[in-house]
Design a protein around this ligand. Structure first.
Ligand code: MN
Length: 452
């Protein structure tokens, strides 16, 4: 269950293109990746990277279709698979041998074609790596995705929001230790998706990934630190998040496409690097479709699950792209009583704490068609009755209009479902009756037999 195996399948399905011209990892690769997102977002290999003998591959999980193919599910089963994996993690087997041990060498990060993405970025950033660590007693493991700024050949600055890895780092600091970490680059999409999901502290995301991969994930133990990484990774950086010292991190373009603030953040010292003989580097464009999908999909599943607990029938959830795949949710439900939509709003905010604006619509509205959603707001919503405003609540630190230090924000919930107390007819989308004769004429126009 390796990334390269998945990429081979994708190559056969015609999802991959190759750029054979020489390109630089400084701005050029991200510029081409960004452009390709509007051209059906194919997976793109950069075969000739200036100054490196390592290839770069990007936009791997940039479409829902490909993520579904990676998990081997139909789109309508996707949430259930993710929820099932979060609820039933299976610890993966640990093996000794792995192709990632082909080459073991002294750390020299400048040998890896790490991209410089945006104009004001302070340096090259690793954006597709999973970081795993264990608690000092070895009982708790966490795997998560963090942006990593290259400081020099042996050091990275790591953005640690106060979540699970931050907690493990604090536990290590309290026992006067650095935190050992395995940083794996080039892992199967299921592992990335699991690392982007948020099961409770104490549940290892490797278990979630292994469940998603039907028990086929294998881990290896690192050589010089006490941490574990997928045995099929392309590159593994072994390191320690130092208990002391900080470095300026940022500004960095995150999921919103705006520059996140510069902050003092912990330092990772790399002590060992392993990679496959013919390894490639996985690039992930910050603020691009892949970023939104990987971060957003597990949250859509979590919202679907949470809203299902308060409303019997949830049809669909969309963390819309205009909302950065992160801050806006549109949820369609089948309402039983008039209070249901407001309970659904509260459940959605609780399930995804970064969520800022949420809209509930009836099941006749397609949540992926934003004109239909706007139509529902225009014709079924009255602000004095159907609007919830929650002030001074914890939201996303990535939103430039919120307090980016504390994350305090204002959340708005919109109940755009039609009131049940009023006759349904009033809110129905009207349609013109279609007679056989009219249908035949329309068909002729469609097939080009007549033109006007
Ligand atoms: Mn976790």
């Amino acid at each position: 269950m390796s990334l390269r195996e998945f990429l081979k399948n994708m190559e056969e399905t015609g999802e991959v293109i190759h750029v054979r011209e020489r390109v630089s990892p400084v701005f050029e690769i991200p510029a081409i990746m960004s452009f390709l997102l509007s051209k059906n977002a194919p997976i793109v290999f950069f075969d000739n990277v200036e100054g490196y003998d390592v290839k770069v591959v990007g936009n791997i999980c940039a479409t829902r279709k490909r993520l579904c193919m990676a998990l081997g599910v139909m789109e309508n089963e996707l949430y259930r698979r993710i929820i099932d994996a979060m609820n039933n993690p299976e610890p993966p087997k640990i093996v000794d041998d792995s192709p990632v041990k082909d080459v073991i060498e002294e750390p020299k990060l400048s040998r890896i074609p790490i991209l410089r993405h945006f104009e004001r970025d302070p340096g090259p950033y690793i954006t597709s790596a999973i970081v795993s660590a264990r608690s000092p007693d070895g009982k708790i493991e966490n795997v998560s995705i963090h942006r990593l700024l290259v400081l020099d050949d042996r050091r990275l600055a790591i953005r640690l929001v106060p979540r699970h890895l931050f907690k493990l780092w604090n536990m290590a600091k309290n026992s006067n230790r650095d935190l050992d970490v395995a940083i794996a680059i080039g892992v199967h999409p299921a592992v990335l998706l699991a690392a982007a999901s948020s099961p409770p502290f104490g549940v290892s995301e490797y278990g979630v990934a292994n469940r998603l991969l039907k028990g086929k994930l294998r881990l290896i133990e690192c050589e010089k630190v006490e941490a574990f990484a997928p045995s099929e990774s392309e590159i593994i950086l072994e390191g320690k998040i130092l208990r002391e010292g900080e470095a300026p991190e940022g500004p960095f373009v995150d999921i919103t496409g705006t520059y996140d603030a510069q902050r003092l953040q912990p330092i990772v010292e790399i002590v060992n690097i392993m990679h496959r003989e013919d390894c490639f580097y996985q690039a992930l464009l910050p603020g691009g479709l892949e970023h939104m999908l990987l971060m957003g999909l597990p949250r859509e599943a979590a919202i679907y699950d949470a809203v299902s607990r308060v409303v019997p029938n949830v049809k669909a959830v969309n963390l819309s792209l205009g909302g950065c795949g992160w801050l806006h949710a549109i949820i369609s439900i089948e309402k039983q009583t008039d209070g249901d939509a407001k309970n659904a709003l509260l459940a959605a905010f609780a399930a995804h704490p970064s969520l800022k604006h949420a809209i509930i619509v009836d099941s006749d509205i397609n949540v992926f068609n934003l004109e239909e959603v706007e139509w529902a707001i225009a014709t079924r919503f009255q602000a004095n009755e159907d609007l919830i405003i929650i002030q001074n609540i914890r939201g996303s630190t990535l939103d430039p209009s919120a307090d980016m230090e504390t994350g305090l924000t204002t959340k708005v919930g919109i109940d755009a479902t039609r009131p049940l107390k009023t006759l349904k007819d009033k809110f129905e989308k009207a349609s013109v009756p279609l007679t056989d004769r009219a249908a035949k004429i329309i068909d002729k126009i469609k097939t080009g037999q007549v033109s006007y």
